[in-house]
Design a protein around this ligand. Sequence first.
Ligand code: F0G
Length: 474
Amino acid sequence: MIETEKLQRVMSEVARQTCIDPACGARFDLNERLYVCPRCGELLDVALEGASAADPEQLRAVWTARRSSFAPRDLSGVWRYRELLPFADDAPVVSLAEGNTPLYDAPVSAAYCGLQSLTLKHQGCNPTGSFKDTGMTTAVTQALILGARTVVCASTGNTAASLAAYAARAHLQCAILVPRGQVSHAKLAQSLDYGAAVLELDGNFDDAMRVIRELAEDDSVYLVNSINPFRIEGQKTVAAELLHQREWCVPDHVVMPGGNLGNSSALGKGFKKLKDLGLIDRLQRLSVVQAEGAAPFASLFGSESDVLTPIEHPQTLATAIKIGAPVSWKKALRAVLDSGGSVLSVSEQEIADAKAIIGRDGVGCEPASATTVAGVKRLVASGVIGSDTDVVAVLTGHILKDTDYAINYHQEKLYTHDREPDKTKEQRRLAGTYSNPPARVKATKTAILEGLRRHEQEHSGEHRRKHSIDLPGE
Ligand code: F0G
C-alpha cells in the first residue's frame, strides 16, 4: 500500500464536526454521534483544518502511484484519496471498490446541447449502480467506528440499495424506509437481495425523511442519509477523482442533478478543498438541475428569498429526485454561489429526450441523471454556457436502475404524473421524440433484413435532421 503516513496524521488529527451556521460556530468531536448541531439544529460539516499543510505535488504523486496498487484501500476510488478524509489509518474500512467511474466523451449529447464537446462523469458505474456508494463507504465505516448495530435511511431507492449492500459487507442490520409504490423495481430488488429490512411507507420521500429523523433520535440506530456529514466526506472525493482523471485540468462548468442536495454540497466541498490544497488554481462553475415538478431549490435560486419553501406534493417521473424538502439546500446553495453557478429546472419532456440522447452516445443513465444534459442544453440556449465551454455533466445512476421508464419512452407510453385532473391521459403522454421501439418480425431471413432496412430508414440522417439533432459527421 502506498502510504503518506506523516501527511495523514497532520490531517486527521484536526478533523472536527462543525455547525454550518457561522453565527453558531459550534464544534464537536469527530466521533460524537450527531446529525445536526445540538445547539441550533443546523447541519454539520466535517472540517479538516490542517489539510492545507499538505504538499500538492506530493499528493498528486501518491494518488497516481496508488492507481497501480492492488491494496484494497488503493483500489477504491474514494479511499485512494484518503488524505482528504477524516479517518485514522486503522479505520475499519467497508469498501466495494467504489468510485473509479469513467469519464466519457459524448459527441451526440454535445451536439444536442449545442456544444463542441461534452464530458460525462458516469457515477452510475459504481458497484450498486449509483453515486451513493462513494458516500456509503465512509458512512458505514463511521457506523462501525461508533459501534452501531443498525443502520437506517429514508430513500427514493438508490441510497437504500447502496446502504443495504454496504451494511451487508459490514454485517450490520439495515432498515430502509421507502415511499410505497414510488421506487423503481430494480432499486427495490437490490435492497431485498442485500438483505435489508425494506419498510414501505404510505407517503412520499419527505414523509420518510421526517420519520427517519425522529427514529434517529434513538441511539439504537445510525442514520446514513446525506444529512450525515460522513456521507458528504466520501462523496466529496469524486471531485478529486474527476480532476485526477483530467490531469488536474479544471473544467469550466460542472452540472449535476439536485434532489436532496447532498451530492452537489459534496462536490462543491470537494472542489473547494482541492483549491485550498493548491491542487487546482480556480473553481469551475457548479450548476444544479432539478425536475420542474420537484424544484424547490431552483425556485429559491430564482427568487429574492433566502429561505427555501418546500413543495408539499413534488411530482416527477425521475423518481430518484422526487423530493420537495431537500435537507442539504443550505450547503448546496453555498457551493453554487461560491462557484458562480446557477440552479434551474427542466420539464419531463426535456428529461426524457435528453436521456434518449445520452443513450445514443452508448452511455445510458437513469432519468434523474438526464436532467444534467437537459439543463446544459438550456444553459447553452440562454447563453449562460458558450458553445466552446468545457462542460462536465455528472450522471448519477445507471440506465438499468429504471428500465420501465426507458421501455415506455421508446414505445411512447410514458405519461406524466396523474395529479393533473384537468388533463386527459393523452395530454399527459410524453412524445417519444427519439424513440426506438422494438419491431416484431417473422422468423425468416427476409423479414429480418426488411426489419433492418426499415430501422435504418427511420433512424437516418434525414430523420435526425427533422428532429434537429445535428450529429457529428453528418
Ligand atoms: N440522481 C440519482 C440517481 C439519485 O438517486 C439522487 C438521489 C440524485 C440524483 C439526487 O442527489 O439527493 O444528493 O441531490 N437519490 C436519493 C435516494 C434521494 O434516496 O436514493 P441528491
